[in-house]
Write a protein that binds this ligand. Structure first.
Ligand SMILES: [Zn+2]
Ligand SMILES: [Zn+2]
Length: 814
């Protein structure tokens, strides 16, 4: 009988669906396990190989935990709002909603074909007003708590996206979506979420998470905590808090630098300097923090001065291209004697350089180290560490400064000037200012009638924009900015716990049962975007009293990249794309799944190889054949030992995502039993192990050997440690070793162009039993004879048997 994968996969897809096999409910008697893949953005192109790979990882884990007896929540939804849908729709001339709907329908078909065991009853899409209503509700709660606010500031703007971006969405000065587009800086008034309120907790919480160390380091650096002192410098009668980690150098300040992108820069520019400053500002480009280091430092005098509170010295304020507008107050104190960057700047613009820490020759270069203070009034003679402390205390007593903790993390800019996002639920009233839409009137739905083209499409529907003020009933205008779509993914995992609730964002008792996510899986590109936001939202919703958890996801696994056979990332432009569905049509989803996870460790990249998937396909054919005429027999002690060892090892390998190694164990076991009898239980254990990787064929064979019900809902095999016999294991190892050795020798010989057809192996007498001639011959593909060295009649023309030692057989080939 042939392995008809097409028929088998269709059959079980349908049975799972009609049987609602993977739907779950809260059950206090059963331990829950929440497995989550980062939900996909449904593009018209359908699933790509990267999807096929990463979602298979989630499904394997969900199936594994389900078999282990957990009540597994494994849901799916669609991150369907967002700019790509809007752009694709514009290109194709259809409404984004239509585009999104058809993309989702296509995705669902493909996801089912992959055998992913989702609880489809919980499916939602973020473009559904029933979902984004709750985005708006959360926004209003943030507004009430002062965590949502508007401010005018220098913001990142992508001319291709035609919208502003969050800091997290600017990568090396470029738009995260457009690697070729430098981000521009604009002064705009925008909506922000005060994520910085949680900066400390976001850092502290990392210690408790079972995440890849690299991910934790990246978040720690992104949040960027540092200890320092804020010193109040007086500028035009106003006190500016200036952050520094080196208050011990404050006597060495000879000028100040304000960010050229600072929203208040023009207030500091004197009439005399105006022209010069303006021409300087015109040349500026947006740069990333990384690029700042290599940037040619440039600046221009603003005409204003700041007063250093420690010695009342008046120092000039420069506008500089190397200070970030949102670093502290956007102005820094410059200490050219003790900072290389300030030194270069001072040399270039002929500014004063002062030595206040002993060490080095500051006329040649800055001395950035610590040391004993000089030229520092009452603080002379202290070393840097003491001086930092004393100067901070002195400033605090005089109310001229204080010690502070500083974070690099900035508030999250959430407004976007695009259509396909969640409308921000506020109006602007001439009389009342910003007014929230009452909660009972949510959702504020996106109007369908808009014109796409230049600028924000929402601005083209005057009827939608002009509303009555909910407070005074007078004329008001709707906010036309929509929310960053990362808002949607910041709490979607909670909505899965209670996806149909129309009264509340979710039922807390349901969320308490299912959360936190026990295993989260998704790409490394989300570490300093989505994974920061989702942690922030979780903490905010907890503070609202809706959640008991502090962290959304306890374990996080980040997968590698599937590359083309040319080792480049699969892309249409490179012509190296392999479509999952072409592969499924050729070999079936089980073969594709098995190949994707066995080719390499799931956290490293791998290159697509057609031969690899053919190997997986051949293996499944053999398995199918074995079980097609399966007649249970008696399992010998060796097989019993082997299956228990295989279950034991496979279980711990799956737990840590070492699927490639687990598959080697499972295949090894199958090769071992291929020409042996096994009892039904052993055969079933094997099918269960294989099931998590190849769900369709194992359901079919489970049924074929006489079982009712679904293998998907069976119990994971239990290891009987007593049956694992170390002697058998040693023998197996010895056999594998000799096979390896013979194959190696053959490879070398054949490399020289010679051929050998007979293999003679000499072993010490008590090891003869270890080696099975027939089995080794079969594996080698040549005639292999095993002799005891004590055998007088052995064939040994070159006396190879004399080198035989225990565990080290002699080998002769002819
Ligand atoms: Zn862009
Ligand atoms: Zn009003």
């Amino acid at each position: 009988m042939d392995y008809n994968f097409e028929q088998i996969e269709k059959k079980w897809q349908k049975k799972w669906e009609t049987g609602k096999v993977f739907e779950v409910k809260e059950n206090p008697k059963k331990k829950k396990f929440y497995v989550l893949d980062m939900f996909p953005y449904p593009s018209g192109e359908g699933l790509h190989m990267g999807h096929a790979f990463v979602f298979s990882l989630g499904d394997i884990f969900a199936r594994f935990k389900r078999l282990q007896g957990f009540n597994v929540l494994y849901p799916i939804g669609y991150d369907s709002l967002g700019l790509p849908a809007e752009n694709a729709a514009i290109k194709k001339g259809i409404h984004p909603e239509k585009y999104t709907e058809s993309s989702i329908a296509n995705f669902m078909k493909q996801q089912k074909a992959m055998g992913w065991s989702y609880d489809w009853s919980r499916m939602f899409k973020t473009s559904d007003p029933g979902f984004y209503k709750w985005d708006q509700w959360i926004f209003l709660q943030m507004l009430k708590k002062g965590l949502a606010y508007r401010k005018k500031s220098a913001v990142n703007y992508c001319s291709k996206c035609q919208t502003v971006l969050a800091n997290e969405q600017v990568h090396n000065g470029k738009c995260w979506r457009h690697e070729d587009t430098s981000v521009e800086i604009k002064q705009l008034e925008q909506w922000y979420f005060k994520i910085t309120n949680y900066a400390e907790e976001l850092i502290q919480g990392l210690d408790k998470l079972d995440w890849p160390e690299r991910a934790k380091i990246m978040q720690r650096n992104w949040i960027g905590k540092s200890h320092g002192t804020e010193i109040l410098f007086e500028v035009n009668g106003e006190k500016w808090p200036i952050f520094t980690t080196r208050p011990d150098t404050v006597f060495g300040v000879t000028f100040m630098v304000i960010s050229a992108q600072h929203s208040r820069i023009m207030e500091l520019v004197t009439t005399k300097q105006k022209k010069e400053v303006e021409s300087f500002l015109k040349k500026l480009k947006s740069v990333s923090e990384k690029e700042l280091a290599d940037l040619e430092k440039e600046g221009v005098f603003t005409g204003s001065y700041a007063v250093n509170p420690i010695n009342n010295e008046k120092v000039p304020i420069y506008a500089g291209n190397f200070v970030l507008a949102d670093y502290g107050s956007g102005m820094v104190m410059a200490v050219p004697g003790h900072d290389k960057r300030d030194f270069d700047f001072a040399k270039k613009y002929k500014l004063k350089i002062k030595q206040v820490i002993k060490g080095g020759d500051i006329h040649k270069c800055a001395y950035a180290g610590e040391g004993v203070l000089a030229n520092s009034g009452n603080f002379n003679g202290l070393d840097s560490e003491e001086a930092k402390e004393h100067i901070s205390i002195f400033l605090k007593e005089k109310k001229l400064g204080k010690k502070v903790v500083h974070y690099k993390l900035r508030d999250w800019l959430i407004s976007r000037q695009r259509y396909w996002g969640t409308p921000i639920p506020v109006v602007y009233c001439d009389k009342c200012g910003i007014v929230s839409i009452p909660e009972k009137d949510l959702p504020v739905k996106l109007p369908k009638e808009v014109k796409f083209g230049k600028g924000n499409p929402l601005l083209t529907n005057e009827k939608w924009i002009n509303v009555k003020c909910p407070k005074c009933g007078g004329k008001a205008r709707r906010e036309t900015d929509t929310m960053d779509t990362f808002v949607n993914s910041s709490w979607y995992f909670l909505r899965y716990c209670d996806p149909k609730n129309n009264e509340r964002v979710f039922d807390s008792s349901k969320a308490d049962y299912w959360t936190p996510i026990d295993q989260y899986i998704g790409g490394p590109e989300h570490i300093t975007m989505h994974l920061i936001y989702i942690r922030f939202y979780t903490k905010f919703l907890r503070d609202l009293g809706l959640l008991k958890i502090n962290e959304p996801a306890l374990r996080y696994f980040t997968q590698g990249v599937v590359k083309g056979s040319d080792r480049n990332r699969m892309s249409k432009s490179k012509g190296n794309v392999v479509e999952p569905f072409d592969t499924i049509n050729k070999y079936g989803a089980d073969s594709l799944r098995l190949y994707l996870i066995s080719a390499s460790s799931p956290d490293s990249d791998f290159d697509w190889d057609e031969k690899g998937i053919q190997g997986s396909f051949r293996f499944l054919n053999k398995v199918y054949e074995y079980f097609s005429d399966f007649k249970p027999g008696k399992t010998d002690l060796r097989v019993e030992s082997k299956i228990n060892k295989t279950v034991k090892e496979t279980t711990s390998l799956i737990e840590v995502f070492k699927h490639n190694l687990a598959v080697i164990k499972i295949r090894g076991f199958f090769e071992y039993i291929q020409d042996k009898k096994t009892d039904k239980k052993t055969a079933e254990s094997f099918l269960k192990l294989l099931h998590v990787y190849c769900p369709f064929i194992t359901e079919e064979l489970w049924e074929k050997i006489g079982n009712k019900g679904f293998i998907s809902l069976e119990k994971w095999p239990v290891v009987d440690e007593r049956k694992i016999n170390p002697d058998f294991e040693k023998e197996d190892e010895a056999r594998e070793k000799i096979i390896g050795d013979i194959l190696n020798i053959l490879r070398i010989i054949e490399g020289r162009g010679e051929t050998k057809n007979k293999v003679y192996v000499y072993v010490i007498p008590n090891e003869v039993e270890t080696y099975n001639e027939a089995e080794i011959s079969k594996r080698i593909g040549k005639d292999v004879r095993i002799f005891s060295v004590a055998d007088k009649t052995k064939y040994d023309p070159t006396n190879k048997s004399k080198n035989t030692k225990p565990g080290k057989p002699g080998i002769y080939l002819e």
